[in-house]
Design a protein around this ligand. Structure first.
Ligand SMILES: [Zn+2]
Ligand SMILES: [Zn+2]
Length: 94
């Protein structure tokens, strides 16, 4: 399994101590695919889902969209074409 989670134990977003993992691609049925494909980064709880809305990924519409776009870009770099992404994930964010 490939993963862009590094050994470096820091939050991908703020460089603080890592406390959890964020799947760049997420949503119904999608998180499991992202787990299998290793499309995830380390995060701290504040940047992930516990900080103020403007400071976190989840429930922040623009951050969620950017996360999915980045996840797809990485997937296409590692695994295949946009058409293959669309087949596997059922949609395209790019
Ligand atoms: Zn953080
Ligand atoms: Zn997350």
């Amino acid at each position: 399994m490939k993963s862009i989670v590094t050994d470096y134990d820091r939050c991908f977003f703020c460089n603080g101590p890592a406390e959890c993992e964020h799947h760049l691609l997420f949503g119904k049925g999608i998180r499991d695919l992202a787990e299998a494909d290793g499309i995830k980064v380390k995060s701290c709880n504040r940047c992930h889902n516990m900080g103020k809305i403007q400071e976190r990924i989840h429930d922040n519409p623009m951050a969620e969209k950017l996360s999915k776009m980045l996840g797809q870009a990485i997937w296409e770099k590692e695994y295949g074409t946009r058409e293959e992404f669309r087949k596997r994930y059922g949609k395209s964010y790019l």
